[in-house]
Every structure is written in structure tokens, then in C-alpha cells.
Ligand binder design. Structure first.
Ligand code: B12
Ligand code: SF4
Length: 437
């Protein structure tokens, strides 16, 4: 059988004013360019789990949501998408099925709303894909009727036995970064979080030698490439994190990852991360002070407890030579319009190398979404295309939707201006050199 793997690629935002502004803001444009091109690691894992005897090819539906014509020449097309591009993905699936091609769909959104997806796909997969995929391929090969496959009904994905994702099928297309996973999931529970938790899979660490193995494969295929760890929260376990860094030392790789702020508590870990090639960590601070963070992390209120150390933590991480991409969410229930000024002051004082500001987004399947539905605060129910992190689709508690939008524009203009970006970069280099001199 000929199998086409189709990733929805590119980034999305629909708010016209924000798009117009974004195009003129250097810091924003730079960051979008870096992240807009990443391959779908989920599909590369499926490729590696495809039973022998089938031909597998990788494609991307470009930023306009159009599928490449070649996909019509396949027996089965597997589509992977998040919420923001789900309608584009459904439209592609409908066209493929009308043309007689079987379609399988999976990923974060489909795992939460399988009934919706089954209106558009023959085979709908809920949860992680590696353990289910051979059964999907078998179903398509035998032209079995439409069905849903739930990962939890199969033997659990064995984290220590994950194959090397088939990076070689990406071919000659160049990517800014290649994705590798070192961990799956996150043990914490933030009420807005729509990452791996949507797959209902537990938090797991991979054997560090296998992570090094995957990176070596990428380096062999695509020399000098930059790695992005497609993790939710890499350094929850500090001892394992140190082992990981030690195993990466000989590879001389350069990498970016997402982690929580507790990484700042361990100087030895920070030093090892830097030596092992960590160039930047993305950290969800969400809001500069504890008041707006109470109850956000539902297991132990971690984000509220960490908040008083936010500024010190950023300085410690950056002094170790690792840039911080500080992420803030606008429109949390505990925030009022004063939060815009508060964030501006915080970043001007502390100088994280990069800053990311997004609007609170009720992704389906999250506790946040359930709560806002109960409180009748979703503006356009079912408008999943607005799940971009930039479009406002709910009634905030401490401001109006328009105040939130205006705040996002204004803060964006300040934060991503050439001057502010330059000042932050200078601040980072000053923090770094203070430590090394
Ligand atoms: C890499 C990445 C991207 C890449 C995606 C490249 C691609 N084409 O896949 C780029 C930069 C393009 C991107 C864009 C966007 N992203 Co993004 N991205 C990530 C990131 C960092 C890692 C994802 C990843 O590789 N995971 C690892 C793989 C192994 O897991 P997986 O994809 O879930 O796949 C497994 C299963 O889901 C399943 N599976 C997946 N697909 C399929 C298909 C089939 C047929 C089957 C059987 C199984 C299956 O099997 C896989 C293996 O178990 C996550 C954050 C994070 N830490 O996870 C955010 C994240 C996924 N992104 C997010 C968002 C919001 C966006 C954007 C909307 C941003 C924007 N404004 O444009 C766009 C939307 C793009 C889209 N396709 O809809 C959200 C999505 C939330 C949601 N539930 O929708 C996340 C979770 C970030 C966050 N914290 O909010 N992103
Ligand atoms: S710390 Fe990050 S990955 Fe973990 S639950 Fe919170 S938002 Fe999600």
C-alpha cells in the first residue's frame, strides 16, 4: 500500500489588526520565521512504526491550507493537525475521500473530539499513535470500514522502545529546526494546558542514550542543524536532566527546549545544559506576579508559588549562558488591564532574551474550556480555527474582549519594537558576561 503522511504546517492568526502589526515588528517576525517551519514529529514516529511492505512519503499542507496534489496518488493518507488548522484538515480529508483515498486522522484535537473527526476521516485515532498505527494500516489495507482506534485499548507505548523517527523521509526540504523528544507529557496540570495531556498519556522520560541516538541520526542526515526538543517540560527531573546533558556533551548539538522555571534552582544543571548545547529555554511564566496565578496549576499551585522568584530565576538562567524566552498569557481571570503595564515593566527590568505574549485560549478538552462553557463565556462556540493563541474567543473576567485585544496589540508594539528587542538582547549579554568574567 502507498501511504502519504500529511502534516498541517505554518502558523495561524486571524485577528487582522494583529497580523498587520506583526508584519512590521522585528522581534515578532524573527520569532515567527524560526518556529514556522518544523516537521511533524508525530508523523515521523508513525512512519517508523509502519509495518514492512508499505511505501511511506511525507508531505505538508502549506500555510494556505492546501494539500499538495501528489497526495491523491496514495491509498491511505494520515493527517496530523492541532486545533487551529482542524477545519482546513477536515476540508482536505473530505476532498481526499471524495477522490477515493482513505483517510486517517489523529493528534491533539482529534483525540479530544473524535466524533467530530469521524465525520471526515475513515480511521480516527485517539491518543498516542505508535501502538495503534499498525492496526490502522492493516484496516486500510484490508479496506475495513470506518472505525475509531483508541490508544488505551492497545498495549501502552513503551517509551524505552521508541524507534528513531524516520527523519530521512523529510528529504531535501530545509527546516529551521529538527524536533526530538526527550520526555513525553508533563506531571503538572495547568488548567489551560492543551499539550500532551490531551493524549491522556502519563509523563515519561526517555533513556538518555536513545535521545543521543536520535540526535546523531539528525546530525548525520542534516549536518549543523539546530534541534528543538518537542517536550512539554524537559527538566522536571533534575537528576535525569543532568544525565541527559552528559550524554549530549560529545554531540556538540545546539538546542532549544521548553521547561518550567524550577530549572533555575539547580546551578549544576544549568551549567551542564549550557555545555551540552542548550541555547534557549522557553518558560511559561504566564503572569509576572502570584495574584493572577493562584489555582492555575492544579496539583500544587506551582506557578503561584514560583512567581516571587521569577526575576531572580531568569537572571540565574541567563547568567549561565542560556537565553530565556519568557511567555506570558494575557486575559487570565486574575488579571485586569493593569497587567499590560506590569508585563512591560517586568521585561524591561529583567531582560529575558525573548518574550512571547499570547491571549488565553480555551482549547477543547482543557479544564479552562469546560469552565468557560459552564460560565457561558465562550464567544463563538466551536470556532476551533480561533485556537491560535492570538485570537480572543472568550469573555475575560477582568476586562472586555476588546480591551484584551487592544492590550495585546499595544504590548506587542512595545515589546517587539526594535529598541526594546535590542535592549533585552543587550541585557542578556550583560547578564551572561557578568558570570563569565
Ligand atoms: C512542533 C510544534 C509545532 C509545529 C508543528 C509541526 C507539525 N506540522 O506538526 C509548528 C511550528 C508548525 C506549530 C504550529 C502551531 N502550533 Co504548535 N507546537 C509544537 C510543539 C512544540 C511540539 C509538537 C510535537 O512535535 N509533539 C510531539 C509529537 C510526537 O506528538 P504529537 O504531534 O501529539 O503526535 C502524537 C499523537 O498526537 C499521535 N498523532 C498525531 N498525529 C497523528 C495522526 C495520525 C493519523 C495518527 C494515527 C496519530 C497521530 O501520534 C503521535 C505519536 O504518539 C507543541 C508543544 C508541545 N510541547 O507539545 C506545540 C503545540 C502543539 N502547538 C500549538 C499551537 C497552538 C500551534 C499553532 C496554532 C500556533 C499558531 N498560532 O499558528 C500552530 C498550528 C499548526 C497546526 N498544524 O494546526 C498548541 C496546540 C494546542 C492544541 N490542542 O491545538 C501546542 C500544544 C502548544 C501549546 N502549548 O499551546 N506547532
Ligand atoms: S507546566 Fe507547562 S506543560 Fe506542564 S501542565 Fe503547565 S502549561 Fe502544561
Amino acid at each position: 500500500m502507498r501511504i502519504g503522511l500529511l502534516a498541517m504546517s505554518g502558523v495561524r492568526a486571524h485577528d487582522k489588526k494583529l497580523l498587520e502589526l506583526g508584519l512590521t515588528l522585528p522581534g515578532f517576525v524573527e520569532r515567527s520565521k524560526v518556529i514556522a517551519s518544523l516537521p511533524s514529529l508525530g508523523l515521523l514516529y508513525l512512519a517508523a512504526c509502519t509495518p514492512a511492505g508499505h511505501e511511506v512519503h511525507y508531505f505538508e499542507a502549506e500555510a494556505d491550507g492546501a494539500e499538495p496534489p501528489e497526495v491523491y496518488g496514495f491509498d491511505l493518507v494520515a493527517i496530523s493537525t492541532f486545533s487551529a488548522q482542524i477545519f482546513e484538515a477536515y476540508a482536505i480529508a473530505d476532498r481526499l475521500r471524495n477522490a477515493g483515498v482513505r483517510v486517517a486522522m489523529g493528534g491533539l484535537h482529534v483525540s479530544v473530539l473524535p466524533e467530530e473527526a469521524s465525520l471526515h476521516a475513515d480511521y480516527v485515532v485517539v491518543g498516542e499513535g505508535e501502538n495503534v498505527w499498525p492496526a490502522v494500516v492493516e484496516a486500510a489495507a484490508s479496506k475495513a470500514p470506518a472505525a475509531r482506534f483508541d490508544s488505551s485499548s492497545f498495549a501502552p507505548v513503551e517509551i524505552a522502545a521508541l524507534p528513531v523517527p524516520r527523519y530521512e523521509i523529510l528529504g531535501r526540504r530545509t527546516y529551521n529546526r529538527y524536533t526530538v523528544q526527550t520526555t513525553r507529557g508533563c506531571p503538572w496540570r495547568c488548567d489551560f494546558c492543551a499539550s500532551t495531556v490531551m493524549l491522556k498519556a502519563p509523563y515519561r522520560r526517555r533513556p538518555v542514550d536513545q535521545v543521543a541516538r536520535d540526535i546523531s541520526v539528525i546530525q548525520h542526515l542534516y549536518p549543523n542543524s539546530f534541534m528543538e526538543f518537542a517536550d512539554d517540560n524537559t527538566f522536571v527531573d533534575k537528576q535525569w536532566g543532568k544525565e541527559l546533558c552528559r550524554s549530549l556533551l560529545p554531540l556538540r548539538a545546539k538546542w532549544f527546549t521548553e521547561t518550567d522555571v524550577s530549572v533555575a534552582e539547580d546551578t549544576e544543571l544549568l551549567e551542564l545544559m549550557c555545555r551540552a548545547g542548550c541555547r534557549e529555554v522557553l518558560i511559561g511564566f504566564e503572569s509576572p506576579s502570584a495574584a493572577a496565578l493562584a489555582g492555575l496549576e492544579q496539583r500544587a499551585d506551582r506557578k503561584a508559588r514560583w512567581a516571587p522568584q521569577y526575576a531572580d530565576s531568569i537572571r540565574r538562567i541567563q547568567s549561565a549562558g542560556i537565553a530565556v524566552n519568557a511567555c506570558f498569557i494575557l486575559g487570565l481571570d486574575g488579571q485586569t488591564t493593569s497587567v499590560f503595564e506590569e508585563i512591560l515593566r517586568f521585561v524591561a527590568e529583567v531582560n529575558p532574551f525573548d518574550v512571547q505574549i499570547t491571549a488565553l485560549t480555551p482549547f477543547p478538552g482543557t479544564p479552562l474550556y469546560e469552565r468557560l462553557v459552564r460560565e457561558n463565556r465562550i464567544l463563538q462556540p466551536g470556532a476551533w480555527h480561533l485556537c491560535t493563541l492570538f485570537d480572543v474567543n472568550y469573555q475575560p473576567a477582568g476586562m472586555t474582549p476588546q480591551e484584551l485585544r487592544e492590550g495585546l496589540y499595544r504590548l506587542g508594539e512595545h515589546i517587539y519594537s526594535e529598541e526594546a528587542t535590542r535592549n533585552r538582547r543587550r541585557g542578556f549579554f550583560a547578564q551572561r558576561s557578568r558570570e563569565t568574567t
